[in-house]
Ligand binder design. Structure first.
Ligand code: E4P
Length: 292
């Protein structure tokens, strides 16, 4: 166990129980886990099935997903296991909710992932009213995070919102700015939404998530191994983060916006092309495992 466990809860971003166990043995704890359709498609046993020519029916795929999260569930702490509903751009909230209700019965510590879209937010609103824990994924803007807050107000359990840092970096914008802006926006809120820094690609992203006091960070095993290999550093007072692209050029800063969290969630402009692209990618990865 680390001498100074970070205040930010650490989740493994993956789809393989053996990997979660390996990280737990390496750093002494794992607070939680996030999964998504792309990560499940990469699970070694699913890959093996596909390599042997056995593609899955959608019922088999669901059973595999269930089996994977049931193996991960007892390995992690109180940040739970996030399970993502299968949603394309036409999936309506009621369909997401039906899946969410079933998935949350798989394990006692489930968080159901819905996308930051109009239908995803509607599903989240209905879910929190039914005491289902939610993690709002594919968050790329402060407006989306404001809508998450407003749609889930009154939730008895913490709601997670997942800003995707690395994908914003890839888009040329400084993804850590979004984490900073959401934290600032929630500063004087009722605190029911916790910020889960996601799409973490480097130890520097992780250290910056600690420095910004993100409540949680979900991190690929590769980055956690790198962090552990350098004696699990924590950011000190001199820690400064500068988002740069592959060639070292500074990424575009994301300015803070004054948004009123008391407005109805439908009033925020939640459209973002990366959310749309993200859904399309999850659908494609999910379909790649299915029998045609
Ligand atoms: C979070 O819940 C997602 O699973 C994840 O962080 C996505 O990261 P990626 O951009 O590396 O796919």
């Amino acid at each position: 166990m680390l001498a100074n466990k970070p205040k930010t809860k650490i989740l493994v971003d993956g789809g393989d129980p053996n990997e979660t166990l390996r990280i737990k043995n390496l750093i002494g704890f794992v607070d939680g886990q996030t999964t998504n359709p792309s990560l499940i498609a990469k699970n070694p046993e699913i890959q093996q099935l596909i390599a042997s020519g056995h593609t899955l029916s959608s019922a088999e795929e669901k059973n595999e997903y269930k089996r994977i999260v049931q193996s991960i569930s007892p390995l992690v702490g109180d940040a739970g296991v996030s399970i993502e509903v299968f949603a394309d751009l036409n999936t309506i909230a009621e369909e997401m909710l039906t899946q969410g209700q079933e998935m949350s019965s798989w394990i006692p510590n489930a968080y159901i992932k819905y996308p930051c879209t109009h239908e995803g937010l509607r599903a989240a609103q209905m879910s929190v009213q039914r005491n289902i824990r939610v993690n709002m994924t594919l968050c790329f803007s402060q407006e989306q995070a404001a809508a998450v807050y407003a749609a889930t107000k009154g939730s008895k359990q913490p709601v997670y919102v997942s800003p995707f840092v690395g994908r914003l970096d890839d888009y040329g914008e400084d993804g850590m700015d979004l984490v900073r802006n959401i934290k600032k926006m929630y500063e004087h809120s009722d605190g029911h939404v916790h910020v889960l820094a996601a799409s973490i690609r480097s130890v520097n992203h992780l250290l910056c998530s600690f420095a910004l006091s993100a409540e949680l960070a979900t991190v690929p095993s590769k980055v956690l191994e790198e962090w552990a290999a350098t004696s699990s550093p924590m950011p000190d007072l001199n820690f400064r983060y500068r988002g740069v692209d592959g060639s070292g050029k500074a990424l575009k800063a994301i300015p803070y916006k004054e948004l009123d969290l008391n407005l109805p969630w439908q009033s925020f402009n939640i459209a973002h092309e990366l959310t749309t692209k993200g859904i399309q990618k999850f659908v494609a990865d999910y379909r790649s495992t299915l029998r045609r």
